[in-house]
Design a protein around this ligand. Sequence first.
Ligand SMILES: NC(=O)C1=CN([C@@H]2O[C@H](COP(=O)(O)OP(=O)(O)OC[C@H]3O[C@@H](n4cnc5c(N)ncnc54)[C@H](O)[C@@H]3O)[C@@H](O)[C@H]2O)C=CC1
Ligand SMILES: O=C(O)[C@H]1O[C@H](OP(=O)(O)OP(=O)(O)OC[C@H]2O[C@@H](n3ccc(=O)[nH]c3=O)[C@H](O)[C@@H]2O)[C@H](O)[C@@H](O)[C@@H]1O
Length: 469
Amino acid sequence: MTEKTRQMKILCIGAGYVGGPTMAVIASQCPDIKVTVVDINPERIARWNSERLPIYEPGLDEVVRSARGRNLFFSTDIEAGIRESDMIFVSVNTPTKMFGTGAGMAADLQYWEKTARQIRECSNTPKIIVEKSTLPVKTAQAMKRIFDAGNHKTRFTVLSNPEFLAEGTAVNDLKHPDRVLIGSDTSPAGIRARESLVDIYARWVDRDRILTTNIWSSELSKLVANAFLAQRISSVNAISALCEKTDADIAEVTRAVGMDSRLGSKFLNASVGFGGSCFKKDILNLVYLCRYYGLNEVADYWEGVIRINEYQKERFVVNMLGNMFHTLSGKRICLLGFAFKAHTGDTRESPGIYIAKRLMEERAKLVVTDPEALENARFELQGVEGDVCYTEDPYAATDGCDAVALMTEWPQYAALDFDRIFRSMAQPAFIFDGRNILDHAKLYTIGFNVFPIGKPALTHFHDEPSIGG
Ligand SMILES: NC(=O)C1=CN([C@@H]2O[C@H](COP(=O)(O)OP(=O)(O)OC[C@H]3O[C@@H](n4cnc5c(N)ncnc54)[C@H](O)[C@@H]3O)[C@@H](O)[C@H]2O)C=CC1
Ligand SMILES: O=C(O)[C@H]1O[C@H](OP(=O)(O)OP(=O)(O)OC[C@H]2O[C@@H](n3ccc(=O)[nH]c3=O)[C@H](O)[C@@H]2O)[C@H](O)[C@@H](O)[C@@H]1O
């Protein structure tokens, strides 16, 4: 092949929830580009090469199957991948740092830095390095310094291209993104690198949805997007507490508020709290950055989003305890769902983890059920002292229970036969709907004592409540 027709080679370091699906979609949209995904975790790579992918994501199997072995490859040979690639996406994890300065707040950049050093050592040809992981603003500067230090072999150009996919809808989000964001510097090499990444996305994304910005705006926009999304949920959840005190109904309030076109109706569902690997860590990262720059009022403001989320989870437990006669000791409670949201098996930072631990502290006996997340649920709760068992069958899980606490909004849970469940439960039977997806009036009629979020409770204990249809 001549230099002109040489096949472009993309490498992605990090075969996780972002690296795997993102590269699978790029490979399926660009059959002429060779896409390789590498990881230090051999089991993960083996799963990507198997029929049982390491993550559950609707539509992902088909996309992977269409490209794997053709122009999509999963490998543990990171050095070979680096050597042969033109463009390297780095999609390693950037968790909250748990030690030293910034512990519990700053992003832990050790995986990123190790990767940067490895890239530098193994590169003999020019590389475009794409920040795919979510990173503190100014990381690209640190990366550039690492790449340039003692490097006389070749040139590196760093771009920021944060990912906005949400789990459960990742394939659709990647195929039809609201926007693609690419940050670069304005040197000729920066612009050239940016244009080559724009050209890749432009194969399937309208050019007017591909935003190009300076690199710091791009890095910061990712943190801000997540902070705004989480802020919306904490705002709704804060108001749900007020609704419960005033007999207002959070669904009616959010409908009325969301019909204002300036606010919009999406992402206004009250819940037991937000989870997922990113909202909390990215806001903490933002808070840390603000404090680092001496912006303490700004930091306090964003920290409030997390405080409300913690409060919402604790409120849920206290509500269960108070309504179940102030003791959960020895009571059997079913956690209906454990994933942090529906349509994923991911349980990272799932509110279910906190609720489960608190309920076990109260010496309740737990039965955890979830259609996709049981393996991860077991992992999250390993070593936690208490009585917990797991089953995929929701009817077996609720059998003999005193209470059901709905944690995840799996649509199949709304369609369960609650007459049957009620008959199999201890009496009085309680349902705490942490996602407001169940038909509360119907559950009440069946005989349950029903506790939604941000809506009047429906109980059989006092005067007949007005359930208002
Ligand atoms: N999970 C999500 O929905 C989203 C995540 N992000 C961001 O993307 C980044 C990655 O997130 P996930 O994919 O969820 O993480 P993940 O933990 O699922 O995947 C990261 C992978 O990187 C690998 N890795 C770590 N160090 C490595 C090294 N030195 N060399 C090779 N592989 C290495 C790990 O073994 C792991 O498989 C994070 O910064 C996250 O904030 C951004 C948007 C969405
Ligand atoms: O950076 C990331 O990791 C990603 O974080 C979120 O995606 P994700 O965490 O996968 O899922 P979301 O749909 O945002 O839900 C997050 C949490 O908020 C909860 N939620 C969501 C919406 C809502 O109205 N109410 C609510 O409680 C969900 O149940 C879930 O626990 C963002 O939506 C993505 O744009 C972003 O790329």
